[in-house]
Each structure stands twice: as structure tokens, then as C-alpha cells.
Design a protein around this ligand. Structure first.
Ligand code: ZN
Length: 75
């Protein structure tokens, strides 16, 4: 079984080889949120998205690029 870390909660959608989109729900187990899909032999483990510990500055070279991941103001 392979393990995949996800940052979505509570439902994980993933694609099977036959193009089925399958949804599994995370459940708390041993203090972690996990979901298992027996059909594709995958375990999903929830990991909180982490804020980067490195401070990022907007690049002065690309001032007009939209969707900068560090800017919260244009969503
Ligand atoms: Zn699956």
C-alpha cells in the first residue's frame, strides 16, 4: 500500500486507472486523519498545509504577475 499525504479535509477525491473519480473520507486514527482506498491500495494521510518558515518577498522582476502564492489580497 502506498501512502499519499493530502491537505484536503474531510473528503479526498482521487482518480483511478479506469478514470473513476473516487471519494474517500478521512477518519481519525491514532491521532491522525487517515483514509484508505482498498481499490487502489492507497492510504491517504492528512497533513496540515504549512506556512513556509522562510519569508518570501514578491519578485520585483515580475510585478504584474497575478496569483503570487504569497499574496492574500487578490483572491
Ligand atoms: Zn482509490
Amino acid at each position: 500500500m502506498r501512502t499519499v499525504y493530502v491537505s484536503e479535509y474531510p473528503a479526498i477525491q482521487h482518480l483511478h486507472d479506469n478514470n473513476d473519480v473516487v471519494t474517500v473520507r478521512l477518519k481519525r486514527q491514532n491521532g491522525e486523519l487517515r483514509a484508505t482506498c482498498a481499490d487502489c491500495d492507497t492510504e491517504f494521510v492528512y497533513r496540515k498545509p504549512k506556512k513556509s518558515s522562510v519569508r518570501h518577498f514578491k519578485s520585483p522582476l515580475l510585478p504584474s504577475v497575478k496569483g503570487n502564492f504569497d499574496s492574500d489580497d487578490d483572491h
